[in-house]
Write a protein that binds this ligand. Structure first.
Ligand code: ADP
Length: 742
């Protein structure tokens, strides 16, 4: 039995006895847990009108940042960061090439035989003719010992922490635990890892190494863009994407919103929905308010019109201690190409500070009842700072899950549903991220590779179904919380709960990104096995500790993708559309398709004919591009963006394969386009279709090359991807579907 399960069991026993005690004392709990509640859909059943809620979030925060001293810059800046001793074979044979590539440390220890046959040990020989030898047993032993010493003395990984901002404290603790080297003021030579507090662009001069932000992530995860990306997936896979509340984009969809609400209300007068309005760029509950009628929207006109999302309000959340709470889950996107996703086994739960009641006209403006944001609730007199992980207004996710398990909740199923939600959400945003990536780091241009920790905010409904509220591109990594030390004066004091969770997430993200490690052994889905299992096990996908991580705990991040590729790969249709889009973008750094490139796409894929002439193609281009103009805030250039291209693609697919449902239409058109491109490019470099692009950077497979796996891979592999989709239609894993149905 693993340590983790022993811990779970012990804690479960403790929880059980605690809850039994609580029951004896007549405390609530059961009444707030789901007792076979009827399935409730996330889609709205609107009706009834009332008055506008107040702006819920006008609390201002006075705070002092308690800065801590910076450490001095290290002395070994001169050693180049690109090479790592782990590149060297240390197992008894000596590579003839070793001397060429290694830094001084390795040179000192390399064992070489000159052409003369003389054994030289511990000397650096730069010009000699070295030959590979098989050392005698003694020499092998000595070498092995040397190897271990060498491994121990591995040059520490260097991390530029100069832009870390509020994650600084957690980052420094993580680096200390790993015995790596931090550079608080940056470094003239390149670092292995750059830790940015906000965006990929925090430091524009990085040409190598790894940055902890993807270009475009902030833009993609703004509320409107996320809603659009999920909506596209809802069109293709409505049952798979029913974990996101129905949303409308304001101001452009105001009419649709009010018409739909009116119609639902006319159909059933007893339905009385509530909606939550969230400003597009908002965070920490800022500017959020609840309404019960479209006329209550605080819409501004003209240039003052604020972009926002209005969303169905989940009226029946799961309660603990009569309080609404949400889950903050940390998710690492380790790479886009190939897609690698890890989920932190431990997360946080944030509790409201006023007992929950279903929304009514009276309580609509009660922020502490309806919004779980820490930044708001910390200002309530009822906020409980606790050093314990299972009490207070901020608790660990595991403590909440244990508590639910003690009440008989099937937490494995909840966890499996949460994993599915995370993977599906990432799949929804990846296509556009790839467009941003190739624009900021075009193939051929030197640049870093990227990874990113995201913060998923998830609400559990009373029936235990997880609902996605939003994804934060910059989840707070503070390990301190605000405390009012005197009336109106706030200070940051250490928060053990935050430290426990966040330091683990950062440290283990760094371990996974350690450039000195070989690619961690990824447990692939078992053929014909795990891909159709009912539940995703809680302990799956954890990589082994590597020998030099001896003193560290096992990783708190578990791999879920590609681990569960077979369950979710069929959803990656828009990514294949994005691959086509990127292929025809042409000029480096572009994010939009011009009319000529769109025509080239149509011609190359042979999509025009006498019924659909090139003149119609131009009209389609103009029509769709005009409609999208102005709806996308980040319009770096004129032309057709990916979302507009996807719309055009859906249109073309619908025209061509009328008798099929949308997703079948899209699959069929993709196959057609990909086959055309393959037959035309033949053996030649397929990248040439994309005009002036240079060869992809030879950094590694994580770089998004234009050779999209779907296009660049041999035809049988592409066919397999499409078959994946078809097979999935027949063999949908029961729980993954059933779980999300209610
Ligand atoms: P912000 O980025 O400003 O924190 P969120 O989307 O996270 O915006 O919403 C703030 C809070 O409002 C959430 O933490 C949650 O408590 C509540 N909330 C958001 N959306 C919904 C919803 N659809 N149903 C119920 N509560 C919601």
């Amino acid at each position: 039995m693993s340590d983790h399960y022993v811990k779970v069991k012990v804690q479960l026993e403790q929880m059980k006895s605690r809850c039994e005690d609580a029951d004896k004392e007549g405390e609530d709990a059961d009444e707030h847990l789901p007792v076979s509640s009827p399935p409730s859909s996330v889609s709205p059943h609107p009706s009834s009108i009332t008055v506008a809620g107040e702006d819920a979030c006008n609390t201002s925060i006075t705070s002092k940042h308690r800065g801590r001293g910076h450490t001095k810059q290290g002395r070994d800046d001169r050693i180049p960061c690109g090479k790592h001793i782990s590149d060297v074979s240390l197992h008894g044979t000596v590579s003839a090439h070793a001397g060429k590539n290694l830094n001084g440390l390795v040179h000192e220890r390399a064992l070489h035989v000159r052409a003369t046959g003389k054994i030289l040990q511990g000397k650096s020989e730069t010009n000699g003719n070295y030959v590979t030898i098989h050392a005698s047993k003694n020499i092998q032993d000595a070498r092995q010992e040397d190897g271990f010493k060498l491994a121990r003395k591995r040059r520490p990984v260097t991390v530029d922490i100069s832009k870390a901002k509020t994650s600084l404290e957690a980052l420094k603790l993580s680096i200390k635990q790993l015995k790596w080297k931090e550079f608080p003021l940056g470094r003239r030579a390149a670092c292995d890892i750059y830790w940015h507090g906000v965006s990929f662009h925090d430091n524009e001069n990085i040409v190598s190494g790894q940055v902890n932000k993807f270009p475009g992530m902030i833009e993609m995860l703004r509320k409107i863009n996320l809603s659009r990306a999920v909506r596209t997936m809802q069109e293709l896979f409505p049952e798979e994407y029913n974990f996101y509340p129905r949303s409308w984009i304001l101001p452009e969809e105001y009419q649709q919103f009010s018409t739909q609400i009116r119609m639902v209300r006319e159909n059933d007068a007893t339905v009385n929905p509530t909606f939550i309005v969230k400003p597009d760029g908002g965070s920490q509950g800022d500017g959020i308010y609840l309404i019960r009628d479209p006329s209550d929207l605080k819409l501004m006109t003209g240039s003052q019109a604020k972009q926002a999302v209005v969303q169905e309000y989940i009226q029946k959340p799961l309660l603990i201690d009569k309080l609404k709470f949400d889950i903050r889950l940390y998710v690492l996107i380790k790479s886009l190409e190939p897609l690698e996703i890890y989920i932190a086994k431990e997360g946080l739960t944030r509790f409201c500070t006023e007992p929950y009641q279903e929304p009514s006209q009276k309580n609509l403006s009660h922020v502490f009842m309806h919004l779980t944001n820490y930044s708001l609730n910390v200002h309530s007199g009822n906020f409980v700072h606790s050093d314990s992980q299972s009490t207070g207004s901020k608790r660990t996710l595991s403590s909440v899950l244990y508590r639910l398990a003690a009440k008989g909740v099937d937490i494995k199923k909840v966890w499996s549903d949460i994993i599915a939600l995370v993977i599906k959400t990432v799949i929804a945003v990846v296509p556009e991220l790839k467009v941003y990536y190739q624009a900021d780091i075009p193939p051929g241009k030197p640049g870093p590779t990227c990874f990113q920790i995201l913060g998923f905010d998830i609400l559990l409904m009373k029936n235990l179904k997880p609902v996605l509220l939003e994804v934060n591109s910059n989840p707070s990594m503070r390990i301190e919380h605000e405390k009012e030390v005197a009336p109106g004066v706030f200070e940051y004091v250490p928060s053990p709960v935050d430290e426990e969770v966040k330091v683990g997430v950062i440290r283990d993200t760094l371990r996974l990104m350690d450039p000195g490690h070989k690619k961690p052994s990824i447990s692939q889905p078992r053929a014909g096995g795990s891909e159709h299992r009912d539940e995703i096990p809680m302990e799956a996908g954890t990589r082994e500790r590597s020998p030099d991580e001896g003193g560290l705990p096992s990783l708190c991040l578990k791999q879920v993708y590609p681990k569960y590729t077979k369950q979710f790969n069929f959803l990656r249709l828009v990514e294949r559309i994005a691959a086509l889009f990127i292929r025809f973008l042409g000029v480096k750094g572009n994010m939009r398709l011009g009319p000529t490139a769109f025509r080239t796409f149509i011609r190359t894929c042979k999509l025009s004919n006498s019924n659909f002439t090139m003149a119609s193609v131009d009209i389609l281009y103009i029509d769709i591009t005009r409609r999208w103009l102005g709806t996308v805030p980040d319009s770096r250039e004129a032309g057709m963006g990916l979302q507009a291209f996807v719309e055009a693609f859906f249109f073309l697919a619908g025209r061509r394969f009328k008798s099929l449902v949308l997703r079948e239409q899209v699959v069929s058109l993709l196959e057609l386009c990909e086959a055309q491109l393959e037959s035309q490019s033949g053996g030649e470099d397929r990248r040439s279709v994309s005009c002036s692009r240079a060869l992809p950077r030879a950094v590694n497979s994580q770089t998004l090359g234009l050779a999209n796996p779907q296009l660049g891979s041999p035809a049988p592999l592409r066919r397999a991807a499409s078959q994946d989709y078809r097979m999935h239609q027949k063999l949908k894993p029961r729980t993954l579907r059933a779980n999300l149905e209610n």
